[in-house]
Design a protein around this ligand. Structure first.
Ligand code: AMP
Ligand code: MG
Length: 334
């Protein structure tokens, strides 16, 4: 291994196709992406998203390498890709792209778990070292702490993720997915709380009742901004409650917030007020890196490769649509 490792990473679990080059010393060097947007009012269609990824893959990878000033693949030590979890057709485009690049260059392949990617890039960018993690995205809603070689799940959703809740209520009023940012903007114009169910079970959360009740309010003619405000206040209070319990239990001094929903300022505000009581600092991944991106995969790939993890050959470069975070080995963390 040379002195300053560089890794190319490819992300393609859902709506985003992204490629990034990272360096051991420089951190994130480039992060090119192209996002599939479904038609207004509808959700992600896996086969269409995969077609999108196929049509942009070569250009996005080329952009990431060119902007890094790299001599093509000669300047990278390994090619990392998100093996899962995610949508099968989308994952396969990333895996096949990585496989082709590895075969053409002779560089080893490194398989990365997408959720671990969110966490490790969050640690790099915020400086968090041993955080309690709140992972809130389209695919996950989990509270995690690292122990004995894996990220342990201390609490999670029993049904919808926070991202799904926001996207589904947004689509119900006709927005295109992802809807989180538009909902945040509309909610900021209201302060009228409409009652919604509040469900915490042990240290797990449930959002399906919130969604059903919120859809009914919309159908009954309630102004969308009041519904969005109420959905945010309820769902974020639920999330903050279980996070507080995990913070008190672990005694962690850092709370790292990662995943696309981490971009929401109202949620950060609630978490900060709560964490103050526990003398913990809240570290939120910068918004340009909160959604899915290649940098998450490239950086985690670099950590894994440095710890000796790479695939024996392209035949191992499969995809795993379901791959729970608490089964992923993380040998680079004590
Ligand atoms: P990811 O799966 O990590 O790419 O995150 C995507 C999710 O983040 C989608 O469900 C978006 O609606 C959500 N999201 C993006 N920006 C915001 C925001 N400002 N507030 C709440 N959710 C957001
Ligand atoms: Mg994600």
């Amino acid at each position: 291994m040379r002195g300053n490792l560089r890794v190319l990473g490819i992300e393609s679990t859902a709506h985003t196709f992204s490629a990034s080059v990272v360096g051991e010393r420089e951190g994130v060097i480039t992060n090119a992406k192209d996002v599939y947007l479904p038609p207004e009012g509808s959700g992600i269609h896996p086969a269409e998203a995969a077609d999108h990824h196929l049509s942009v893959a070569a250009r996005v990878v080329r952009e990431a390498l060119d902007e890094a000033g790299a001599q093509g693949l000669d300047d990278v030590d390994a090619v990392a890709y998100s093996m899962g979890p995610g949508l099968g057709p989308c994952l396969r485009v990333g895996a096949v792209t990585a496989r082709a690049l590895s075969l053409a260059s002779g560089k080893p392949l490194v398989a990365v778990n997408h959720a671990v990617g969110h966490i490790e890039l969050g640690c790099l960018l915020t400086g968090a070292r041993a955080p309690l993690v709140l992972l809130i995205s389209g695919g996950h809603t989990m509270v995690l702490a690292h122990s004995n070689g894996v990220w342990r799940v201390l609490g999670e959703t029993l049904d919808l993720t926070l991202g799904q809740l926001l996207d589904q209520i947004g689509r119900h009023v006709g927005f295109a997915s992802p809807c989180g940012r538009r909902i945040e903007e509309a909610a900021a114009r209201s302060s009228r709380y409409l009652r919604l169910p509040y469900t915490v079970k042990g240290n797990d959360v449930s959002f399906s009742g919130v969604l059903t009740a919120a859809k009914r309010l919309v159908d009954g003619g309630a102004p969308p901004e009041d519904v969005f405000y109420s959905v945010q206040e309820t769902a974020f209070a639920i999330t903050t409650e279980v996070t507080e319990r995990a913070l008190a239990f672990t005694g962690a001094r850092e709370l790292l917030v990662v995943g696309g929903v981490a971009a929401n300022r109202r949620l950060s505000e609630m978490l900060r007020k709560m964490a103050e009581r526990h003398e913990a600092s809240v570290m939120v991944v910068p918004p340009q890196f909160s959604g899915d991106c290649g940098a998450q995969i490239a950086w985690t790939g670099l950590l894994a490769y440095r710890a000796g993890e790479s695939l024996a050959g392209v035949a191992e470069s499969v995809v795993r649509q379901s791959w729970r975070l608490d089964t992923v080995r993380t040998p680079w963390r004590a």
